[in-house]
Unconditional design. Sequence first.
Length: 674
Amino acid sequence: MKKRFYDWFSLLCIVGLVLFFLIPAPAMAESSLCPCDDLDYCVEWVKEDTVTIKWGQIGKAIVGGTEYKFRPDDFNEDNTGVLISAQRGNEDVLSEFLFLNGDSTFHWDHDIMVALKDISTGSQETPDVKLEIYSRGLPELDFEFKASSEKIDDVKVESDQYAPGEEKFVEVTVKNTGDAWIENVVLEMDIDNFRLKSKGDFEFRDQVIKKNLGCFEQEESKKVNFTVIAPEWDGTTSPYSINYNITAKAGGYDIKGGYHSFGDSTTFSCTEPEIKVKLEVVNEEINMSSWFVRPLYTQTDTHQSVDFEIWNAWEHSFLRTNIYNTGLYTVDDLEVQFAEIPDELMVSETHESGDYKRVSPEGQYYLGQKLIPIESGTYKFPAVVVTADFYGKEFTWKSKSENLKVHGPHILFSKSLAKSDEGYTVTLKVSNDGDRPSWVNVTDRVPSDVNYIGGSFEENLKGEVPLSEWDWSSSRINGTQTMSVDGVLLAPGESFSFGYNINPDSAPDLPYATCEFRGLPDYEGELQSSHFVSGNEVERNFDLSTGEWVDDTEDPQAASVEVAAPDSVDEDEEILYSMEENDEELIVPDASVEVSDESVNPSFLSKLLGPLGDYFNRAQQFVHNLFQSTLGGFGSAFGTMEGAAINAVENYLYAIVIIIALAVFGIVYTLVSR
């Protein structure tokens, strides 16, 4: 029993040893070695040439750069066999018998094989021999690289590009495109400065991935893949000089034990810089509106300056310029050609963030400009153009252009003086070049010393707009003739004019005329025409810095002014205006016209009531200024509530002042009557 146990134990040990030594061997051979390795049966022959040789002559063939010579020396009786003398290069002559129905081939060291294909007889009964020359097939490995394409922060990274600090998936395909198998193939891949994300089943050392791919039969291919991470950019070196290569090299052994090595590589380059330029108009259609400007005073121990801000512009637009860096590299020294703002638009606020000269990845520059229209019309903002020299390579990026449509009347007002047979003719003309209608009131004054020709104003009105549609008046006080035309509705494209005659002793001095206008929904203003000194025209312009109409001189103050963003300031001074301009005229809303209304022979009562009326006017103006300045600061928050509040309070206080004035008048009248 004990002996049987030892017998079984010995048998199990023997079986275990057999399994241990024999089972791994075929697996290893299958993975690294090719199964058919017999030179007599497994060589893959490749046909190189065919030669036909007459008996006793020499035929030649060149294979692999070596010359081979063949000569048929003898034949058997039935011409089925031949004695061939052959020589390779300068080696010794080799003689072999070849038979069509038997041993028909011979070879040199299993490298070159000669095969008898046919023996034929010509017309002279001279035999010809047809030989085919073969060479031993050799393996050849080709490489194909495929890499992933990624989208990094909206940047498309192509398969042949890298993104600094980002992953790149790489797949390498090795294929045997040769004419024979190759075994024990070892693949080595140098990944340059890439970092290998995971070693997996590779051997990895000194930036080289290594893996044994075993045997490759003809047309067999195998794939290897891995993930690498590109280095970060140092911020100074030109990305165009930073390229990363993955170099693959594979070698193995053929059937005779010869070693063959093959290699190839692929290169990854940087992405191009990308800048996105966007120009946008917020509120593409707006209406003209009345607004006012207020000064902002800044004073230090060494400096004093004044800026301006615009208030109560109920309708406005924003012009937004955005410059985004959508690439992977910081772009320096950007040059930006911003959209030019037309003169008919005023920038009332500017908001800026970032630096447009240097934009980092995922960074942006923003410029927001609040636009207040001075004149109705259609305005085009050209494209914003950004250029850069990125490490010696020029780039240009553009936005699209934008348009802004401003609706409203555009009132043009002029006063001209022309010599006539009876003296001079004065002509006033008003036209509406806008796209909205407007009510117009025109007032002009003629000093007594220029001799107004009575009735010329009324005569000139004949043939104009029917009197039922508007009112006119003409009065003379202290020799000054005052004429007005009120309530004229000018539709877009319409105009009207009137005039009068004067007969001065010399070239006259004439004051400026005024034109008040009002359009919907909330747009009104006043124009002043030119005036004349000794018959010479002196144009008038509106000076935003003072809020006053001034004569146009050789060095006039510009009608444009830099407008600061709203800030907390003292509200002691306000200048109300809205401006509509062309080359000659500017518009100021809510401006009052001072008209002398004195009598020729003032009575005692008028002397008493004159100061009272002056006090009344001052009180009225005080009420208006007080509540306009008090409630004006809330304009941006409460909108139309402000206007309603001002009107309500003003009307209430006007009533109180009128009651007081009537009471004082009654007392004075009673005293005078007694």
